[in-house]
Design a protein around this ligand. Sequence first.
Ligand SMILES: NC(=O)c1ccc[n+]([C@@H]2O[C@H](COP(=O)([O-])OP(=O)(O)OC[C@H]3O[C@@H](n4cnc5c(N)ncnc54)[C@H](OP(=O)(O)O)[C@@H]3O)[C@@H](O)[C@H]2O)c1
Length: 263
Amino acid sequence: MKIAIIGTGNMGGAIAAGLAKGKIVESGNMICTARTQKTLDKIRSMDPEIAVTTDNVMAVKEADVVILAVKPWLMENVIAGFREYVDISRQIFVSVAAGITLEELSTWIWPIQPSCVSVFRAIPNTAAAVLASMTFIASANADAEQIKLVTDIFDEMGSTMYVEERLIPAGTALASCGIAFAMRYIRAASEGGVEIGFRPDEARKIVEYTVKGAAELLLASDGHPEAEIDKVTTAGGITIKGLNEMEHEGFTSAVIKGLKACI
Ligand SMILES: NC(=O)c1ccc[n+]([C@@H]2O[C@H](COP(=O)([O-])OP(=O)(O)OC[C@H]3O[C@@H](n4cnc5c(N)ncnc54)[C@H](OP(=O)(O)O)[C@@H]3O)[C@@H](O)[C@H]2O)c1
């Protein structure tokens, strides 16, 4: 199987890095494109076996799976540039672009008969580069085997959830924008850590491992955050004082409002 990644910037590059570390496709069977050679040089320095080109047509012609990772407003034109070389009988197309619907994709790829082209939306986050993405997948005109293939590809980069297309915007807010929210907590806690006595590098490391530990505890036990919180909040103790102070400042409400603003 050959995979082309059209647009290898932040997200396409993270996917390339994730796939290169995984087992589903050999680096030699990947071809990445970008607008500039500078971006392609970065891909080559990450893994010299990955083929790179600024020629989207060449990349698409060779591929079984085409991952489209250009900015949403460029997508229609980029597709138009390679459309006449598409072979819908064997190729599947996976867009990671926010806001581009399956209907738009299939119409841009195969305007004569959009319902004959297998299209996917996959919304990963940038943790794909370290195989820790949370990726939402939706599809149209795809059979069970194709859905398994795309799920397997993104499973290599972390976790996946196959959803109806209507849930993609909510998934984007929670996981793609969500990674920035988690980073902002890490920054805020690190700054607090400096104020209470640690060097900035120490404070950041402490917070990063604390957040990683919290997520791993919940993933390992399938537990509820509040149950884990109960384990560390002694009656009249310092943890509950800290938590309540954060809530007085609107912590939970701020997070929910931020998520809703993303949709
Ligand atoms: N970043 C995220 O967290 C995230 C999460 C989920 C989904 N997405 C989606 O991922 C897509 C890419 O976002 P991004 O943040 O990765 O943007 P980005 O860093 O700007 O990457 C876009 C890439 O597209 C390349 N490109 C531009 N025109 C091209 C063309 N005609 N042919 C081939 N490649 C071309 C650019 O090449 P040059 O570098 O040479 O200019 C660049 O490498 C977007 O649709 C976005 O909605 C992003």
